[in-house]
Design a protein around this ligand. Structure first.
Ligand SMILES: Nc1ncnc2c1ncn2[C@@H]1O[C@H](COP(=O)(O)OP(=O)(O)OP(=O)(O)O)[C@@H](O)[C@H]1O
Length: 311
């Protein structure tokens, strides 16, 4: 578990993280989302002791990172895939890390196999593709068999095969009961990987929600099928709901919950054959939530759609 309590980090005059309080729980993949400059990397660096909080604190499995006698056994992090020395082979890099952290050398072979790098184990890291470097970074993060795993943009620049591999791998780690905290800007990927979301904007917490809640609440729409659709539409519209009829027996309703609609139908003895909250895509839900907090926005040249973040 990661407990972030009133974390603030100020660089010069910039509040990179601003009074952030959130708990990242084990047994699930938690996606860490936010526009460019929202403070995700700063938060992750603080969790592993690479940045000191200006105020507040972060506890990993109950203690500050620096207070753990063997921190690599508690938390493994992939913050920069290109961090390994280019002249070393994958195995010498991992052995050096193992030795300095009191981890048996036999563990190196285990993590190399876990990430599928056996064939490249004796090649120099400088010649690795981005996908291989990401795998090596993950192997390093897993050396201490940690309960908590942090990954900053692990799928950046990977091909679809690599992305799919990381997705399955992270879900497997969470399935073993580990705490998996992963940042990404790829919403379609997060929608497939994460169970829970922590969303920040300008250093502050915007949402700490399950994927299900995030996408259901953003749409606010309920789809209803009924042989008495016209009568139901009249009743709901009369009560202030926005109702559109897409097929003769199908209504899209905004402004009423599923329960409200079921109660209205029951009271009027109207048969419902379908009652479904419509989920927004994660991308739509995310963009709606973070729009006020986007700091870097491209100029919109075609004047047909709002420009999105670019930095
Ligand atoms: N070492 C530093 N010195 C000065 N300012 C910094 C430093 N690190 C981060 N910042 C600033 O803190 C803010 C948060 O940056 P951070 O990299 O944590 O955001 P992020 O959410 O990871 O962004 P991105 O999605 O672009 O990677 C930004 O305004 C950034 O310019």
């Amino acid at each position: 578990m990661i407990e972030i309590r009133n974390l603030t980090k100020v660089y010069g005059g910039t509040h990179a993280v601003d009074d952030l309080t959130v708990t990242v729980r084990p047994g699930r993949v938690t996606g860490f989302l936010g526009p460019n400059g929202a403070g995700k990397s700063t938060t992750m660096r603080t969790i592993v002791g690479l940045d000191r909080p200006t105020s507040g604190e972060v506890l990993v499995t109950g203690r500050r990172y620096a207070d753990h006698p063997a921190p690599m056994r508690e938390v493994g992090a992939l913050l920069d895939a290109k961090a390994a020395h280019p002249g070393r082979t994958a195995v010498t890099h991992l052995r050096a890390l193992a030795v300095t952290n009191g981890i048996p050398r036999s563990r190196v072979d285990e993590v190399v196999a876990m990430v599928g790098l056996q064939e490249a184990a004796d090649r120099r890291v400088g010649g690795f593709s981005l996908g291989m470097a990401q795998r090596l970074g993950i192997a390093a993060a897993l050396l201490g068999d940690p309960e908590v795993v942090l990954l900053d943009e692990p799928v950046n620049g990977l091909d679809p095969d690599g992305i799919r591999w990381i997705r399955g791998f992270l879900r497997g780690l969470a399935g073993e009961g580990r705490t998996v905290f992963v940042s990404s800007h790829l919403m379609s990927e997060m929608a497939l990987t994460a169970d829970h979301l922590v969303i920040v904007g300008r250093g502050r917490l915007l949402a700490d929600v399950s994927m299900e809640e995030m996408t259901a609440s953003a749409s606010g729409q309920v789809r209803v099928r009924s042989p008495q659709a016209q009568e139901l539409a009249r009743l709901l519209a009369g009560a202030g709901a926005a109702v559109t009829r897409s097929e003769p027996d199908v209504l899209s309703i905004t402004g009423r919950t599923s329960t409200d609609i079921a109660e209205t139908a029951l009271a009027a003895r109207i048969l419902l054959t379908e009652l479904t909250p419509v989920h927004a895509s994660l991308e739509d839900a995310y963009l709606a939530l973070t729009a006020p907090d986007v700091q870097y926005r491209a100029i919109d040249h075609d004047h047909t759609a709002p420009g999105r973040a670019a930095a």
